[in-house]
Design a protein. Structure first.
Length: 227
């Protein structure tokens, strides 16, 4: 029946009809769209964390601190739906985040790169500075933009088959259907459906960003939390 079939890409592609209008992010965009493929999932049936990793909201013993706007919290200070462009992010009072804050370092001390993981995804998300200038560091804007673009990558049938169970496949498909229906413009909704499932659908509707958590894997390895 029309509208009931899941579409997949024959290879990973990025479809982003409205790229985020945030300065100096051309390098970040190309980095996200060429992010690594699948990592081998561990034996745990409902987790894609890399082997021997620790996923916890408790801070690990690291010397790097996050920017407050990125810190893990059940009550985050921003509204960020990771399925929507970063231009849609607002404060809790529905004000845009200031360009000054977006340009600030994501960590203290600043890092030249870092990698994000999620227990819901079999792909790492490498983040590098949007600026190519010597001494550049990962900014708050880089985190938001690279996350969004990495999650906009289309999945293949092979990717879909890595989901641990039929139930998870149905939930991912449901997230895809809901994401397409949420677009009010019928033409845009139909186009989004034709573009197929994306990595964000593996979150199964857990699209609200709750910040980053440190790990025992290194000061440049972080987990992103969603609900």
């Amino acid at each position: 029946m029309p509208g009931k079939h899941v579409r997949f890409a024959s290879r990973n592609r990025v479809y982003s009809p409205d790229p985020p209008v945030i300065p100096h992010l051309s390098h970040s965009i190309s980095t996200a769209s060429s992010s690594p493929g699948l990592i081998t999932p561990p034996n745990h049936p409902h987790s894609y964390l890399p082997p021997s990793s620790v996923y916890s909201n408790k801070p690990a013993r690291v010397h790097v601190r996050l920017h407050p706007i990125l810190a893990s919290s059940r009550n985050p200070t921003i509204n960020f739906d990771v399925s929507l462009p970063p231009t849609m992010i607002t404060t809790l009072h529905h004000h845009p985040i200031s360009p000054r804050v977006l340009a600030e370092s994501a960590t203290n001390p600043p890092l030249p790169s870092l990698t994000l993981f999620s227990p819901h995804l079999p792909w790492p998300i490498p983040v590098r500075p949007g600026s190519l200038k010597p001494g550049s560091f990962v900014t708050v804007a880089d985190i938001f933009t690279v996350m969004y673009l990495a999650l906009r990558v289309n999945i293949t049938q092979q990717d879909y088959n890595t989901l641990p169970s039929i139930g998870d496949q149905h939930r991912a498909k449901g997230a895809y259907e809901k994401r397409c229906r949420r677009i009010r413009d019928q033409r845009a909704s139909a186009e989004e459906r034709m573009n197929g499932m994306k990595r964000v659908d593996f979150l199964m509707g857990r699209n609200r960003f709750l910040g980053l958590s440190s790990s025992s894997k290194g000061e440049d390895i972080w987990y992103f939390n969603v609900t």
